[in-house]
Design a protein around this ligand. Sequence first.
Ligand code: PRX
Length: 665
Amino acid sequence: MSQNKSDKIESMMDEKRLFAPPAAPSGDRRRPHVNGMDEYLAHRDRADKDPEGFWGDRARQLLDWFTPWDKVMDADMNEPRIEWFKGATLNVAYNCLDRHLTNGRRNKAAIIWQGEPEDDVRVLTYQMLYDEVCRFASVLQGLGVQKGDRVALYMPMIPELAVAMLACARIGAVHSIVFAGFSAVSLQNRIQDCEAKVVVTADAVLRAGRSIPLKVNVDEALKDCPSVERVVVVDRAHSNCAMREGRDMWWHEAMADRTLDTSCPCAKMDSEDMLFILYTSGSTGKPKGVVHTTGGYLAYAAHTTQWVFDLHDDDVYWCTADIGWITGHSYIVYGPLALGGTTLMFEGVPSWPGPDRFWHIVEKFRVNIFYTAPTVIRALMREGAHWTQKHDLSSLRILGSVGEPINPEAWMWYHEHIGHSRLPIVDTWWQTETGGIMISALPYATTLKPGSATMPLPGIDAAVVKPDGTPCGPNEGGHLVVRKPWPGMLRGVFGSPERYKSTYFERFPGMYESGDGARTDEDGYTWVMGRLDDVINVSGHRMGTAEVESALVSHPAVAEAAVVGMPHAIKGEAIYAYVTLSAGTEETEELRAALRTWVRKEIGPIATPEVIQFAEGLPKTRSGKIMRRILRKIASGAGSDFGDTSTLADPGVVQDLIEGRVQLT
Ligand code: PRX
């Protein structure tokens, strides 16, 4: 474990403060969905005793099904074989749109979009969003997209992204969203892996006052993507990007076609039909295409949005994530829209034009529920509390956190300055693979401890276990696993059943392995410590060390590379790379800069190494295995206490590495 992690854990071990849940808002219309600990415990009891009854009831209450299921759950995590709501049919777009046209929400804001320029605001009512989605679904059909075909979405945070997702869902196409911060190479790998037929993109991304070309990356990626037939381009920034005749078309022109079928019927999807693929980094090799299916995923997204954020009809709900990550999928688009909520979508960054951008937006739209990441809190905290005082934040009711453990200092700042010492903070632990929130407080039920995600949600059998799979005792660190299936869990790694099984279900038979370490305290509260595998959590985003290493060694000057996480005050963890150069190559500052640029270009800016240390050699065992434990220690500033180094082939390497350590300026 890195120094960073052990420091964090120590400060969290000392954390004894308790925060009772607030009183429930008055009035029947605002009665919390889970009101108080007694209700919470009743749900938990029911879910433990009768999981199928519990999940079946939730799925029936929350969604409209075309045909009912034969069986709520048919699953065996040993195989693994996971099926939820078997035999049922439904459509995700129908649940997020059509049904709201006749249940009184037709003219309600579905999406409030705040673009980066202050005056770029769009409000799409459910009717308007429905119309757009139907039109784009027809466009896709016109391009030959059929049920099961993959569509890659590589787009900025603009309403067209949500429209494209729902249009895919409407016709049964599978979307694969690639975060617009990823490079052409990353995009190409993902398109190749899922064999997308169509790509939807934009000319450019507006970010921090700049227009960053995006379509050029698509052109670059498509040099070797034979599956792609057509590209649809949103003209976001009027940047005059190049268009390839016969392949590329403008979104606005396609949508203006008056012959489009504007009632485009919903495909009847089986509950287990694929809804989307989302790539995420693992400990080995290339990113995995995590597969989510229709019924279980949507039921779980809606269920958790309703309970964890206590979403009510007149709330303005804002999740600040990018839709390119799972948080945006589940908690900007699918969860809130399935519930008929109003979801705010934001283009831009928290620090531009000033560090009060978020607080300004909260005030502007009277946001009630606000969900963000610890890295954002830490960055804004550093700018000073006076930025928060310039704005009226009194509309806020619930605060949320996701992406990494929130250190108690950031928690307290969030609580005091944004929550005015009265709002609950739901610290939500989950993953791309889990589809939705797994461990979290419920805002009007749970007593909070800063830094703890508190307890697993009702029906979620999360536990901390020893390497042999038996439960750990109180405060004993171990592997965070889930021992019972839940509706939102992943159903596969696209194209790789072996990887699906070996990554998640092999080490602890009959259980789902999260890859995280955690402990449960004497009150049953879970404290997540971070990844146990070779995955770094940079600003709440997963980055595989193997991915960064393979990008580095693909540079001609690099002979060998080893990448580890290092503590970082804002990002949580940052990337520290040890690089051995090819014979005869000189260690220069120019080369260091060139390698950083190289990684940005290969993967994307989030993979840029914070530090590159040139090293003569790496600490290897006699069998040639790199001892990352030692590299992590050195990266975090340790000068001694490296544990057992007797298996090192050349113990002298360690001292050289300590001497060559690069300090962050
Ligand atoms: O290590 C955990 C951390 O983020 C990982 C999942 O990353 P990703 O799939 O990209 O999804 C991020 C958004 C759900 C986990 O394995 N993580 C996420 N939320 C928390 C967290 N660690 C501690 N506390 C959290 N609330």
